[in-house]
Design a protein around this ligand. Structure first.
Ligand code: ADP
Ligand code: MG
Length: 690
């Protein structure tokens, strides 16, 4: 019942070389575009369209407006401005209304043989001058008799993504041929019939798949393109949802949940000693988690909450439920700093309850676990350790290695899930016998991505920040203001507060000296803040030293921390109230928001200062969003729109979703339809997934 394979072997799966006109050479070129089969070619979406039903007379070309004209070459040749200068190639086209000059600044050997007087070409480009009319580096296409009448002119034609050695014209001909021969083989996917069962989806308004494939290449009207795209995107989303949802169904059918509801035995003293009351949002989420962990299927839950919303306390309570039930718990964090910090917290919280807490990170040999007592940490509370049958193990990626093994694993918690891939998540879960899974993220995930990437997870949201926090004020300033900014920093530090100072790089790159690096700026910062202690943290510093620096920062023995974005996740030092970020335009919005989340954790007012030299309006507008809102969801939506899913989630995650037509920024509606369609179908089929 896989929606993409109604017929066992489709003729569309035939190698592209079986198409007339594709020899060994062309097959190689097509492979570079990832076109290996007929189907790949048919699904090779055009990157733009040209309306060639009517050409613009050359005389009517407008300055800086792209247009296609059709003209005959009346002169062509190489031009050199002075001896030894680069050779330029120039062509003059005439269409009877006027002449058009076209120049290529780097003459290629083939040009003289190709652009010969008398040949007719279509020329696409943007005039940069009208006296004389001129287009530099236009796209051109030779007009030939034959196919032209119906494939290349007199219609709206597609211009496909190309590769060197393959022209738009050749590719267009191949697509046309493939359509002529194989259009009837493009079957409706199985799901098109589901709607009969489901009964109510508006898919009927979209064209059939075969029709959509033709329309996407050769639309009658430009408006057809979007309609066709939607149909093809829906097919993709349905296939994706089917995969996600049937995986989950299968999982639920085979997995028996471990009873991890707990009995409050540890929770009660824990909450009493915590020092604050859980927010309503935290309590609500914990209720959802408890229902899952006491339920019939292993929990698979995504916990979303903006930075500072208190996800760690939720994780702790969830862990206690499993521990109370007699199961072990593993917690994985993306960086050693964060793992150490969690370790410190959980030791303080859990050891008085008699729960053993262990740490396993990459800088410690596998097996060489460190328990709380070994930790040389001045502020560590002295704890009485009781022998305990259950353990919480905290670690980094090291938990994924073969050597690590936790018997009776009841719950796996993954912090800052967006830093890990789905595969890593599954690796850890597979270490146990279907343990419950709680993944936490502070990157608010726009709905489109949530439904696609995390479609197999239930979602809980901590949608409230604990009270008693100081406000965060955000400013964007040009580099010229740095002296003043440092003056401000000194003032705050002198008043007892602490600061983070973040740079994009570890070291200065030869290729781009404008991007500042921590190793170089460290000395400057020390000079600017004489009289105070300044620390340095980046990815190439030894873990032991990082740990030491963090401990000193926490203890306010260091007042300012110069760092890379390494500190973007999880670091929690409430006395730090200033976040200065240089070259702010080199960070993503979501990332800047994460960094800003390091401050505003105590009762004092906090300041985030973004230094940016970017003059262009777009970069300015991006940073302005941050200055205007503290709402992580708004920021993530904006980031997704501006930079795409790869930037927001990391390639590892978004790369897993391979879409040709679907758009994770725009297609929320289609994704919803697909999800609904698959859900109805799977429920209708009674969970009987093949
Ligand atoms: P995040 O969701 O970003 O992981 P943390 O769990 O690090 O947030 O919590 C941020 C800070 O808020 C911590 O210092 C934590 O002790 C504190 N905190 C968490 N829950 C509450 C609460 N209900 N009331 C007051 N402070 C809280
Ligand atoms: Mg956190």
């Amino acid at each position: 019942m896989n929606p993409s394979s109604e017929k066992p072997i489709s003729p569309l799966a035939a190698p592209i070389s079986s198409l007339w006109g594709v020899g060994e050479e062309r097959a190689k070129l097509l492979a570079r575009l990832e076109i290996f089969t007929i189907e790949d070619l048919l699904l090779h979406a055009p990157r733009r369209y040209e309306d060639r039903r009517k050409f613009l007379p050359i005389r009517e070309l407008k300055l800086n407006e792209s247009a296609t004209v059709r003209g005959t070459i009346i002169a062509a040749g190489i031009k050199r401005f002075r001896k030894g200068a680069r050779a330029m190639f120039e062509c003059v086209f005439d269409d009877g209304t006027a002449r058009l000059h076209c120049r290529w600044w780097q003459a290629q050997p083939w040009m003289a043989d190709w652009f010969t007087v008398g040949r007719e070409f279509l020329v696409f480009g943007k005039p940069d001058s009208l006296k004389p009319r001129n287009i530099d580096h236009p796209e051109t296409e030779l007009v030939e008799p034959g196919e032209d009448e119906f494939v290349h002119v007199n219609r709206i034609v597609p211009v496909h993504p190309l590769t060197e050695g393959l022209t738009a014209r050749v590719l267009r001909s191949l697509v046309w041929r493939a359509l002529e021969k194989f259009e009837t083989e493009i079957a409706e996917p199985a799901w098109a019939k589901w709607q009969v069962a489901g009964g109510k989806l508006p898919v009927a308004t979209l064209p059939e798949r075969a029709n959509a494939v033709r329309m996407i290449h050769f639309p009658e009207e430009l408006t057809d393109v979007e309609i066709a795209r939607q149909r093809l995107a829906l097919d993709e989303f349905v296939a994706l949802q089917f995969q996600i949802q049937s995986r989950r169904k299968k999982f639920e059918a085979s997995a028996k949940a471990l009873p991890c509801g707990g009995d409050n035995r540890l929770m009660k003293p824990f909450l009493a000693a915590l020092g604050f009351k859980l927010t309503a949002a935290q309590t609500k989420v914990l209720r959802e988690i408890r229902a899952d962990m006491a339920g019939a299927h292993p929990m698979r839950r995504l916990l979303q909450g903006d930075v500072g919303s208190g996800k760690t306390a939720v994780a702790a309570c969830s862990a206690l439920m499993a521990l109370e039930s007699g199961f072990n718990v593993a917690l994985m964090a993306p960086t050693e700093i964060l793992a150490e910090q969690h370790f410190r917290n959980f030791v303080k919280w859990f050891e008085p309850l008699g729960v053993k807490v262990e740490l396993q990170t990459g800088s410690r040999k596998s097996g060489e676990w460190r328990v709380a007592g070994d930790m040389a940490q001045p502020s560590a509370p002295s704890v009485t350790r009781h022998p305990s049958p259950v353990t919480l193990t905290i670690g980094t990626h090291a938990l994924l290695t073969g050597g690590f093994d936790l018997p009776k694993l009841g719950l796996v918690i993954i912090d800052e899930q967006h830093k890990f891939g789905v595969a890593q998540r599954e690796t850890l879960v597979r270490k146990g016998n279907y343990p419950h899974l709680l993944v936490m993220t502070a990157t608010p995930i726009p709905r489109t991505l949530g439904l696609t990437l995390y479609g197999d997870l239930d979602v809980s949201v901590v949608d409230e920040l604990p009270g008693g926090r100081g406000e965060i004020k955000t400013f964007v300033r040009p580099p010229e203001k740095l002296p003043k900014v440092f003056e401000f920093l000194r003032e705050k530090i002198a008043g007892g507060r602490q600061a983070y100072i973040v740079y994009p790089r570890v070291e200065v790159a030869d290729t781009d000296k404008d991007i500042k690096a921590v190793t170089k700026e460290f000395e400057n910062v020390q000079r600017a803040l004489t009289g105070f202690q300044v620390g340095l943290i980046h990815g190439r510093i030894k873990p032991v030293e990082k740990e030491k620096t963090m401990a000193e920062f926490r203890a306010n023995q260091i007042q300012a921390l110069v760092a890379t974005s390494l500190i973007e996740v999880g670091v929690d030092v409430p006395n730090a109230t200033v976040m200065l970020i240089e070259n702010a335009e080199h960070f993503g919005l979501a990332q800047l928001h994460q960094l800003r989340g390091r401050i505003g954790r105590g009762a004092h007012e906090s300041y985030c200062i973004l230094i940016s030299s970017a003059q262009n309006a777009e970069a300015q507008a991006r940073l302005k969003i941050l200055a205007e809102t503290n709402d992580g969801f708004k920021i993530a939506e904006a980031d997704l729109r501006l930079r795409g899913p790869g930037e927001l989630l990391g390639q590892q995650q978004s790369g897993a979703i391979n879409l040709r037509f679907g758009n994770l920024v725009e297609d929320l509606n289609l994704i919803r339809q697909a999800r609904e369609l698959v859900k109805i179908q799977l429920d209708f089929a009674g969970g009987g997934v093949s």
